[in-house]
Ligand binder design. Structure first.
Ligand SMILES: C[S@@+](CC[C@H](N)C(=O)[O-])C[C@H]1O[C@@H](n2cnc3c(N)ncnc32)[C@H](O)[C@@H]1O
Length: 313
């Protein structure tokens, strides 16, 4: 029997018995594939030896699935991503479908009702919205459910793009690395605002496949060439000490572990004299992490956010 798991993470595939031993849940039986949207979760399943195949892709893999099990709920993903994935599951015509809903019965029924009303209507969940920095051109960016920030400009990302665009005016950066690029908000605004005469090499990295899909699409639509890389841990290609500028709006969860990965990448990727810019709501948490890699940190306030600037010496 071929089963596809959607919305499951590695911790859902294990249980701990009374003796405190961790082992795969008993229902993991047969030929099982677990779909993930983030390469971090994909690697976690691959390294767990639970016998489940992991696949990381922006859309669900096509096959003749006997069973698709979908785990969702308000704390696990946005309502729009739930609907989008339910629609993809419906279009795959599995022989059987099971929903594991983590949340209130009322919310579960609301979700089912939205699909049941008109199951064959195929909805487009992408959104295209404007973003600009002062004096720069207005860019139309497309995003998808699950990708940060879907349907709207993130104020932290915009604050970062505004500060970096202003700081680069009159300068001639050749290579910019945007880590955790999402749909490409910061990298594209900075590259578009830069009026130097040498072409900017723009590299964008994200661990989320839908972010990568959106950034690739936006690069094409905006006519701004970009190398977009799916990675959760930096890649040798970007750690080559040749970048002039690093920009990153790291996620807040994980007790700054991801911010640490971003800043380690910045330190390796930048050339001497290159500048690292990160952004957060409150500098108190991020500043000590940035100081591990760059002894000097200047804080620039913008839109209620702190942009942390460091030069690689
Ligand atoms: C706060 S969002 C910023 C998105 C975009 N730069 C902006 O400002 O709108 C953080 C991004 O980091 C990505 N991310 C999380 N962990 C990552 C990792 N280990 N490597 C690369 N990207 C990561 C997330 O998928 C998300 O797109």
């Amino acid at each position: 029997m071929k089963t596809l798991l959607v919305g499951y993470k590695v911790q859902d595939l294990f249980e701990v018995n009374r003796r405190g031993e961790r082992r795969p849940v008993p229902w993991l039986d047969g030929d099982i594939t677990c779909h993930t949207l983030d390469i971090y979760h994909c690697h976690a399943i691959e390294n767990s030896s639970c016998g489940v195949k992991a696949v990381c892709s922006p859309h669900l893999p096509k096959d003749n699935w006997d069973l698709i099990k979908f785990k969702t709920g308000p704390k696990l993903m946005s309502g729009e991503l739930s609907l989008d994935l339910l629609q993809e599951i419906h279009l795959l015509h599995p022989k059987r479908f099971e929903l594991e809903f983590d949340g209130r019965e009322r919310d579960r029924n609301d979700l089912i009702a939205k699909i049941k009303d008109d199951p064959d209507r195929v909805r487009d969940f992408s959104a295209t919205w404007p973003a600009s920095v002062p004096g720069g051109q207005k860019l139309m960016l497309t995003s998808f459910p699950g990708c940060f920030c879907h349907r709207r400009v993130d104020d932290g990302g915009l604050a970062l793009a505004e500060v970096v665009s202003r700081e680069l005016s009159g300068k001639n950066p050749r290579a910019i690395l945007d880590m955790g690029c999402g749909c490409g908000l910061v990298g594209f605004l900075v590259a578009a605002s830069h009026k130097g005469d040498t072409p900017v090499r723009l590299v964008m990295v994200d661990s989320h496949t839908r972010a990568v899909e959106a950034a690739e699409l936006n690069a094409e639509k905006l006519g701004i060439p970009a190398e977009v890389i799916l990675s959760d841990n930096g890649t040798p290609a970007q750690m080559d000490g040749t970048f002039d500028v690093f920009v990153g709006n790291p996620p807040y969860y994980s007790d700054y572990k991801i911010a640490d990965i971003f800043l380690e990448t910045a330190q390796r990727a930048l050339k001497f004299g290159g500048v690292c810019y990160t952004v957060c709501k409150n500098a108190d948490g991020l500043e000590p992490v940035q100081r591990r890699y760059f002894p000097d940190v200047e804080i620039i306030r913008r839109r209620g956010y702190a942009v942390l600037k460091s030069v690689k010496n």
